[in-house]
Design a protein around this ligand. Structure first.
Ligand SMILES: C[S@@+](CC[C@H](N)C(=O)[O-])C[C@H]1O[C@@H](n2cnc3c(N)ncnc32)[C@H](O)[C@@H]1O
Length: 283
């Protein structure tokens, strides 16, 4: 993995699904940290989501793994988890609320988190809490978006006065600042106490199965950001899709797909942490 200070090329990686993206990230972790025998390791999947993608990828690559802890702040993601490997423990916990993670203090050998950190406003606190849960010598690996195609999409949506009038979501113009790239987050992890921090940026692309799937996804993803009367839903879906496809032109056009600039960042908690334990950031 290239150091962030280097001018690492940013290849485009196309994944069929988020599941395949998570599997690729687990393989990247395995190569980077030289994972071989995980039969003594307890690994946490933070922000695991309902499909437990990272847990399943780890079980696939390392069937002998000792145990997995799947954590998500949203209890309902576990509602439909029926059949799971008995080594997976499901837990409700919030990466920015340390009191919800107390039982894991200093107990994890490895922590992996995909597609979560970009949603967390206080990223430093999130990294501190991961550090807190790791054993000395433990490893952390995060995959998250530095920018996504939804930014130009939302900016274009909000140029339309009727959409602007009913918008109540976050400010997209400041969501993925250009100055916050791999070097910024590398420094943040080092300030938290991580050693040997490595980063890699890459463009990821996940195609939608159909135009309809794209339109449904835009609606599901943004329905809470707009005050939409029920009779306007179909119209909203049509307009949102048209605007999304227009903004896709900056990426070269069809087929509709979700595109993002992703950062994978990994670090080690040093074996000796005396004098290194940082103060906890306040929210
Ligand atoms: C986009 S999903 C990613 C799921 C999975 N990691 C993947 O890559 O397929 C993000 C997940 O993180 C959870 N989440 C959001 N904020 C969280 C927080 N502060 N602490 C823990 N989980 C959180 C959400 O409930 C959701 O299940």
């Amino acid at each position: 993995m290239a150091e962030s200070s280097g001018s690492s090329k940013i290849p485009t990686k196309i994944y069929e699904t988020v599941e395949s993206e998570c599997l690729a990230f687990v393989k990247e972790c395995a190569a980077e940290f030289r994972w071989r025998d995980l039969s003594k390791d307890v690994i946490m999947d933070m922000g695991c989501g309902s499909n437990l993608n990272c847990c399943n990828a780890i079980l696939k690559e390392f069937p002998d793994v000792k145990a997995l802890v799947a954590v998500d702040e949203n209890r309902s993601v576990f509602d439909n988890v029926n059949e799971k490997d008995e080594r997976i423990q499901l837990c409700v916990g919030n990466i920015i609320k340390r009191d919800t993670l107390k039982e894991f203090e200093g107990k994890m050998d490895k922590i992996i988190s995909t597609n979560l950190i970009h949603q967390v406003p206080n990223k430093k606190l999130a990294f501190e809490n991961v550090y807190y849960m790791l054993k000395p010598g433990g490893e952390a690996a995060f995959l998250f978006a530095l920018d996504t195609c939804f930014c130009p999409f939302m900016k274009a949506m909000l140029k339309d006065p009727p959409h602007q009038a009913i918008y109540k979501g976050p400010d997209y113009s400041t969501m993925y600042p250009e100055e916050r790239r791999s070097q910024f987050y590398k420094q943040m992890l080092e300030e938290v106490g991580f050693h040997n921090v490595r980063t890699k940026e890459a463009y990821h692309e996940i195609p939608y199965d159909s135009d309809e799937a794209c339109s449904d996804d835009l609606y599901e993803g943004y329905k809470f950001s707009f005050e939409l009367p029920p009779e306007s839903v179909e119209d909203f879906k049509v307009k949102a899709f048209q605007i999304f496809m227009k903004t896709m032109e900056i990426y070269g056009g069809k087929p509709p797909s979700y595109r993002s600039l992703m950062l994978s960042i990994m670090g080690l908690k040093p074996i000796s942490t005396s004098n290194l334990k940082p103060e906890q950031t306040t929210v």
